[in-house]
Design a binder for this molecule. Structure first.
Ligand code: ZN
Length: 305
């Protein structure tokens, strides 16, 4: 038998998943959806200076909102929840986590998949919300090949073109230039493997793209399922469960176009609260699956029980 690298990787994941001594750095939560299940798989957590979140906001009020959401300290830990939708004929991964090259506290998606008993080779579709490092950089393996080797890879056309545009490195600002290098390199390796789509496109039965620009120019949310049996993958259109919910109209430094992002966010939140259907949000606590409810001021996140 020829032992391929892919098989070795699979075995290593299996060993990790079975070993009782492995520290549980990942987590998975799950809800039933459209004849299948929706899993939240932890890629780990970003560790960010408080100033990154507070930048440009009324500091006292913003810090009070963070504290009310149980978030405090000079360094904030921000969870990263990768959504996986599995039904009879498909296993769809929304974003690929950060991989090994971004932060030591992220890049744990493979452990989470292993623990859930899912081989990377079984992923049929990889669908990107946007091209930020914590969403895209996990797409290649340590040999610079697609980690999800049997999957179709899909990204919004506007988003893909933005990261591949040579002018982006000059316009994005010094703090984010390494985002451009990292995204362009990975999208370059993937090349024609990445299929693009537009706002409103149906990517699969029961999977519709919804443009939510501002966090990045081509950011997409996704509606999964139909009627009462539906869920929205919001990505970073709602980038946290504290300030972005309590004061959705505030312009956040973490958004590339803060005014456009605030407009996308307020419209999306009003729609989600009106429909009462569940969401999964990439940076929300407790796995990020739950409902958005209108609050006295702004909105609240009610995690799935
Ligand atoms: Zn982002």
């Amino acid at each position: 038998m020829v032992i391929t690298r892919r098989r070795l990787l699979g075995s290593a994941i299996g060993a990790l998943a079975c070993s009782g001594s492995v520290r549980r750095v990942w987590a998975a939560t799950e809800v039933a959806l459209a004849g299948g299940r929706l899993l939240s798989l932890s890629d780990g957590a970003l560790v960010l200076p408080e100033s990154f979140v507070l930048g440009g906001l009324p500091e006292e009020e913003a810090r009070a909102l963070l504290a009310a959401a149980g978030v405090s300290g000079p360094e904030l830990r921000v969870p990263c929840n990768v959504a996986l939708w599995q039904s009879e004929d498909r296993t769809v991964l929304f974003d690929t986590g950060a991989g090994p090259d971004f932060m030591p506290s992220t890049g744990h998606l493979l452990d989470a998949l292993g623990a859930a008993g899912i081989d990377p080779g079984a992923i049929t579709h990889v669908v990107f919300t946007h091209g930020h490092p914590d969403h895209l950089w996990g797409v290649l393996d340590e040999f610079d090949e697609p980690l999800f080797a049997n999957a179709r890879h899909l990204m919004g056309r506007v988003e893909r073109d933005y990261w591949l545009d040579p002018a982006t490195a000059d316009s994005i600002g010094p703090d984010r230039q390494f985002f451009v290098a990292g995204a362009a390199r990975r999208l370059g390796v993937l090349g024609d493997l990445v299929e693009t789509f537009e706002d409103g496109d149906s990517l699969l039965t029961g999977l519709v793209a919804q443009a939510t620009p501002g966090h990045t120019p081509g950011h997409m949310a996704f509606r999964l399922g139909e009627g009462d049996d539906a869920l929205t993958v919001v990505g970073d259109a709602i980038p946290n469960a504290s300030i972005a919910l309590a004061r959705p109209h505030w312009e956040l430094a973490s958004d590339q176009d803060p005014a456009l992002a605030a407009a996308s966010r307020t419209a999306l939140l009003a729609d989600l609260a009106a429909r009462g259907q569940p969401v999964i949000a990439f940076h929300f606590p407790e796995g990020g699956i739950g409902r958005i409810e209108a609050a006295e001021e702004g909105y609240a996140f009610v995690p799935a029980p």
